[in-house]
Structures are given as structure tokens and as C-alpha cells.
Design a protein around this ligand. Structure first.
Ligand SMILES: Cc1cc2nc3c(=O)[nH]c(=O)nc-3n(C[C@H](O)[C@H](O)[C@H](O)COP(=O)(O)OP(=O)(O)OC[C@H]3O[C@@H](n4cnc5c(N)ncnc54)[C@H](O)[C@@H]3O)c2cc1C
Length: 505
């Protein structure tokens, strides 16, 4: 069977993979690239999630690409509008024709002999195995398992006579008009679902084990509206984008440095929108500090408005079991429901489940360290794309892609074929990759790469600092090792000096 070769293979045609395609074709126009996508369509997250009200929980001026500014009227946009934006971007820049759909990458094996990756890919409806080789591999696979979300085993689940659904696999035929809906969870998905369903359902109850921080923001950005009238489109978008970057960095820094102040501020904002005498202490006063877990956005205070209108309510308590008619809590309280939505989160998955090997040795993601948030220790010619947890994904994803292009151009200019962040993992003190206490992060921590305590092995979750490092930081930093394939090095090196490796540049 023929093996196809590309200079760069991108895995995944979601928001990151499409952005990576654009950056590659504009900054490294001579590189032949392909995007291998497991699903039938592009868009990743924004194609997969179909639950009512699915929307962004960060603003579209920063979630949109800097090279194709968001022109929509709403700063907080619905899933279909975001998917449409991604499809249009892929079409407009001819990225679509580089995508091979129904191509799930199963494994990637690096050979130092050849300085190449060999990819085994399950392709088409019948799952035939195809092989690809590439010089550089870029994983834009997102951060969670597509097949299924996280579904705890609730005692008595089989007894429940209504429908139990998970937002990741929303049944297209689910009719909730006039029904009693119980949403389990308190994260971004739950606070999106509750007001979205409240208009149609008889009543929606959000059942949470413990509260999350909610922040109400306007769906339409007043400054954006003003600047769009006053400035050319691009200049206006850039200004709003930077305003939002500074606000998100500011809120995060304030939360980490003055948690008590931020806590009371968020509480006051919530109090303003909730009915008088509401049990705010019980339902909206989290046990953790702001930004120990993601802050949940409520556009135009929609969640609070649904509570005020008595179309939705919040119950804080622990589930004892599901019953025929709903849920029994450990407190003895019974909640009746026709539909239970288990908004219990995602299952994180490192590198889209692709099995990596380097010269036959398996790469254990959980034992590797992350270099500048974009490469893996001791893995050559490989990068991956993960967004911020405290700001729009695209901010970080685009920095990663521009860094990859910068690296590829640097290697070309100097005639290098390989690059690898080298380290002795035992010399670094490992810390979890993500500094969130959320369940989905904690459950996956052992399988995710680690960060260290010092540059370039730390993840700063700070766009402004990352911008400087990724765009201006030296590539010749003593850690990134560059070189030629072993085979070429053997041929060129005089007898007695044959070395597989790779010199610092
Ligand atoms: C409901 C929801 C709402 C969100 N809202 C926001 C938000 O408002 N703001 C924000 O910043 N972030 C948000 N996120 C995070 C979100 O995932 C990112 O915004 C962004 O969509 C990630 O893009 P991605 O391309 O990196 O990953 P994904 O969107 O997950 O796309 C990854 C793609 O890679 C493909 N893939 C994976 N493994 C393989 C493989 N082995 N072989 C081939 N293809 C593979 C997948 O099929 C998929 O198409 C949200 C996430 C969810 C789940």
C-alpha cells in the first residue's frame, strides 16, 4: 500500500487545526500539509455539542481568529454561529481542501534514522488502515474524549422511568416542552442549559453538589458597537480584542492576588440579579477561591433571570440515588423529573488518544514535560496545541501555531531536519499541567504531561507573557536541540565521529 508523505501533518480539524492550517500556508507556504480529521465534518467541539443553548463562554473577539475578526453582533455567540464561522474560515482560505475526513490517527512512530514520523490511520467508513509519513507532526486534537462524556454511575439509574441524557450526546428527538427537567451539575454546561431550557420546559432545576462562581456579562459588547461605527472593521476588532485580553488577564490576576475581594465582588453582582432574600450563601458561594476552577459566564444574567421568573431553581445537595420519578438526596429530599440531564463533564484525553513512540519506545504523556506549552520533552519534531483555561482557547492556540511556523522556518534557514526539547525528566520537579481543582482535570492529571517550576517548562496561563516568549524568545535556548537525521549524520561524519545527535544551534 502506498505511503503518502507530507512535510507537516496536522491532526484535527477543529478550531485549532483550521487556525494551524491558515498559519502554515501563510507563514510556511512551501510546506505541503494535510489535516487528518477523525470525524465527518470540521469544527470539533462546535460541531459535536448540540445541546440547547450551546454557546461560547468567552467573548468571540478573542475566541475568533486574529486573522479573520469576528463580525457577528453578539460577543457571546451560539454554537451554530461559531461552527458557521469555522466553516467559512476553512472555505475562504482554502483550508478545507487540505482536510481528509474520516481519518483517525491511531499511532505515530518517530524514526531517528529517517527523521520522519510514520502514522497509522484508520480511514473511511470501513476503517481501512492507511499510512502517512511526515517531517513534523502537529496535534490539534483538543483535550477530551469524543466518544463519551463523564457519566458517574448513579445508584438506581436503571429505576428512573424518564430519560437520562448527557449533553455530549444530546438526542435530537428529545422533546422537553412542558416537562420537568433536572440538570445535574454546576459548570459551564449546566448554567448554559438551565436558562436555555427554562423557556420551554415546565420547570428546570439545577442540582449541584457545590456551587460555582458565576459572572454575568452583556451578550453584546457596547464598546464594540461604538468602535465599529467609529473605526475601520479591522482596527475596531483589534481594539476590542485587546480590551478583552486585558480584562481577562486583569480578572484572573485579581482573583489570584485578592481572592476575598473578588469573591465578594462576584457575590454582589449575583445578589443584584437574584430575588430578594435568595439563599445566596447556600447556592452561589463556592467552597474554593475564584479561578481555582473556571469562572462560569452567564450572558445578560440569563441564569439569574430564569430563577427570578421562577422558571428555574437551584438545589444544593448530594445524590443518594435515582428513583422511579427522579432523584432522592442524602438529605431525604425528593426531586421529581421527567428528564434528567447529567451535565457532569468531559473525560480529558491527551493527544487525541494517538499512541506515540520514539525509536520504538512508547511516549508516556504523563511522564513527559511540556516545553513552552507546545512541545513534549524528548519527542522530536512534534508539537501540540492546547488553549488557555482562563481565557479564550484561540489566544493560546494561535500562539502555538505561529511558534511552530517560526520553528519550521528557523530549521529550514539553518538546514536542520530535527528539533527536540531535551531534558532529563528526573532533574525537573513535576507539577500538574493545569492549575484547576475541577473534577475533570483531577481525574486525568496522571495521564497529562507535567509542567516544571522554571522556564521554559512552566505554563503561565498569561497571554501577554506568552506572546513575548513565543514570538520573541530565543529558539537557541540550549534546551531545544537541532540536528540532522541519524542516517545523514552517519554518511557525513568522518569515521569515529558518527553521532546520532544533534547539536545545539
Ligand atoms: C461545550 C464547550 C464549550 C466551550 N466553550 C469555550 C469557549 O467559550 N471559549 C473557549 O476558549 N473554549 C471553549 N471550549 C473549549 C473548546 O474545546 C475550544 O474552544 C476549542 O473549540 C478547541 O478547539 P480544538 O480544535 O483545539 O479542539 P476540538 O474542538 O476538540 O477539535 C479537535 C478535533 O480533533 C479531532 N481529533 C481528535 N483526535 C483525533 C485523532 N486521533 N485523529 C484524527 N482527528 C482527531 C476531533 O475529531 C476534533 O475534530 C469549550 C468546550 C466545550 C466542550
Amino acid at each position: 500500500m502506498a505511503i503518502e508523505h507530507f512535510e507537516v501533518v496536522i491532526i484535527g480539524a477543529g478550531l485549532s487545526g483550521i487556525g494551524a492550517g491558515y498559519r502554515l500556508q501563510t507563514r510556511c507556504p512551501d510546506k505541503r500539509y494535510v489535516i487528518l480529521e477523525a470525524r465527518n465534518d470540521l469544527g470539533g467541539t462546535w460541531d459535536l455539542f448540540r445541546y440547547p443553548g450551546v454557546r461560547s463562554d468567552s467573548d468571540m473577539f478573542t475566541l475568533g481568529y486574529p486573522f479573520r475578526p469576528w463580525k457577528g453582533a453578539k460577543a457571546i455567540a451560539g454554537g451554530p454561529a461559531i461552527l458557521n464561522y469555522l466553516c467559512e474560515t476553512a472555505q475562504e482560505f482554502g483550508i478545507e481542501r487540505h482536510i481528509r475526513f474520516q481519518h483517525r490517527v491511531q499511532s505515530a512512530s518517530w524514526s531517528s534514522e529517517d527523521a520522519r514520523w510514520l502514522l497509522e490511520v484508520q480511514a473511511g467508513a470501513d476503517g481501512e488502515i492507511r499510512r502517512f509519513t511526515c517531517d513534523f507532526l502537529y496535534g490539534c486534537t483538543g483535550y477530551y474524549r469524543y466518544e463519551a462524556g463523564y457519566q458517574p454511575q448513579f445508584p438506581g439509574a436503571a429505576r428512573f422511568r424518564g430519560r437520562l441524557v448527557h449533553p455530549q450526546q444530546w438526542p435530537a428527538d428529545l422533546d422537553y416542552a412542558g416537562k420537568r427537567v433536572l440538570v445535574i451539575g454546576s459548570g459551564a454546561t449546566a448554567v448554559t442549559l438551565v436558562p436555555a431550557m427554562a423557556g420551554t420546559a415546565a420547570h428546570v432545576t439545577m442540582l449541584q453538589r457545590s456551587p460555582s462562581y458565576l459572572l454575568s456579562l452583556p451578550t453584546r459588547d457596547p464598546l464594540a458597537r461604538l468602535l465599529r461605527h467609529a473605526l475601520p472593521e479591522r482596527a475596531a476588532s483589534r481594539a476590542v480584542r485587546w480590551k478583552n485580553i486585558l480584562i481577562s488577564v486583569g480578572i484572573y490576576q485579581l482573583s489570584r492576588r485578592a481572592p476575598r475581594f473578588t469573591r465578594s465582588l462576584l457575590r454582589k453582582i449575583a445578589m443584584k440579579s437574584l430575588p430578594q432574600g435568595y439563599e445566596i450563601e447556600k447556592h452561589f458561594n463556592p467552597k474554593y477561591e475564584p479561578w481555582d476552577q473556571r469562572l462560569c459566564l452567564v450572558p445578560d444574567a440569563d441564569m439569574f433571570r430564569a430563577i427570578r421568573a421562577r422558571r428555574a431553581s437551584v438545589v444544593t445537595g448530594q445524590i443518594e440515588s435515582l428513583t422511579e420519578n427522579g432523584i432522592r438526596l442524602q438529605s431525604g429530599e425528593e426531586l421529581e423529573a421527567d428528564i434528567i440531564v447529567s451535565a457532569t463533564g468531559l473525560q480529558m484525553l491527551a493527544l487525541g488518544g494517538v499512541k506515540l513512540t520514539v525509536d520504538g519506545a512508547p511516549v508516556h504523556a504523563g511522564r513527559a514535560f511540556v516545553y513552552k506549552g507546545v512541545m513534549l520533552s524528548n519527542v522530536p519534531n512534534f508539537a501540540f496545541c492546547v488553549g488557555y483555561t482562563n481565557a479564550s482557547w484561540t489566544l493560546r492556540a494561535d500562539l502555538s501555531s505561529t511558534f511552530v511556523c517560526r520553528l519550521l522556518n528557523y530549521m529550514d534557514r539553518r538546514g536542520h531536519r530535527t528539533c527536540m526539547p531535551a531534558c532529563d525528566p528526573s532533574s525537573l520537579e513535576g507539577r500538574p499541567l493545569l492549575n484547576l481543582t475541577s473534577g475533570y482535570v483531577q481525574r486525568a492529571a496522571a495521564d497529562l504531561p507535567k509542567q516544571g517550576r522554571e522556564k521554559p517548562w512552566i505554563i503561565r496561563q498569561n497571554y501577554i507573557l506568552d506572546l513575548l516568549t513565543m514570538k520573541l524568545g530565543r529558539l537557541k535556548d540550549g534546551i531545544l536541540k537541532f540536528g540532522a537525521p541519524v542516517r545523514a549524520a552517519r554518511a557525513e561524519a568522518p569515521e569515529g565521529m558518527r553521532t546520532a545527535s544533534v547539536a545545539d544551534d
